[in-house]
Design a binder for this molecule. Structure first.
Ligand code: GLN
Length: 240
């Protein structure tokens, strides 16, 4: 089996070790004998979503999000929408997550019109939402992460949240939701990076990608003792 990953804007959107998500995906697939390739889709480079099984984009500062807007609108937006609608597995973190919505109005009033691939919008405030946090998905997977964002995201009716908050701010600090979920696309404010800290969530993404490509595939379990202990330690130290 072979899984191909497209890493969007790896040089522009990479905060708090977001690149570690690619490493976690790759390692947990290789440990199961699955071949993995990763292509870096930088500014100026076009891509065809049909060539990939998993898409990933990290977070960034308002400045980088503004700089890459032109590039996004030169065709990557169309491919990203196509990927999302066709059910590709897509993980988007923080600034990259905001990019999938309708717009991001920065705290200092700059309007970044995004692609509206998903039904939500984001508005920034001067006071940032920062800290270790945790939330729970509808499968009951508990996720620990780290958030640092000025943007408050408000979901529309066309999407569901990725999880409900256990502790921290999440989408907007008001409605108890975190992230977004639509088909096999997952957006979250969780840096950290999220996947090495949360192996069950990593495996969910891998399983979905394999199912898309090869039909009903059962994931071989891996020995997760250390990963689970590390996650528990974070929960005990910062969350509970
Ligand atoms: N620049 C965005 C914000 O502040 C995203 C930040 C991030 O990716 N950590 O909301």
């Amino acid at each position: 089996m072979m899984i191909k990953i497209a890493h969007l804007y790896p040089d522009m959107l990479n905060l708090y070790g977001d690149r570690g998500n690619i490493i976690a995906l790759t390692q947990r697939m290789r440990a199961r004998g699955i071949d993995v390739s990763v292509d870096q889709i930088t500014m100026g480079k076009s891509f065809n979503t049909d060539d990939y099984d998993i898409l990933f984009v990290g977070g960034g500062q308002d400045f980088e999000q503004d700089v890459l807007l032109d590039d996004l609108k030169k065709g990557k937006d169309i491919e990203i929408k196509r990927a999302i609608e066709s059910g590709k597995v897509f993980l988007a973190i923080c600034g990259g997550y905001q990019m999938l919505g309708k717009y991001y109005k920065t705290y200092d009033g700059k309007m970044l019109e995004y692609m509206g691939a998903l039904d939500f919008y984001t508005e920034g405030k001067e006071e940032r939402m920062i800290g270790n946090y945790a939330f729970k998905t509808k499968e009951g997977i508990e996720i620990v992460g780290f958030e640092n964002h000025s943007g408050r995201t408000y979901l529309g009716k066309g999407v569901e949240p990725l999880g409900t908050m256990i502790k921290g701010y999440g989408n907007n600090g008001e409605d108890g939701t975190e992230g977004v979920r639509y088909k096999n696309t997952f957006g979250t404010y969780s840096h950290g990076p999220i996947l090495p800290k949360n192996s069950k969530f990593t495996d969910l993404l891998i399983e979905l990608a394999l199912k898309n490509k090869y039909g009903d595939v059962e994931l071989t379990p891996l020995d997760d003792t250390l990963e689970q202990k590390a996650q528990q330690q974070v929960m005990n130290l910062y969350i509970k």
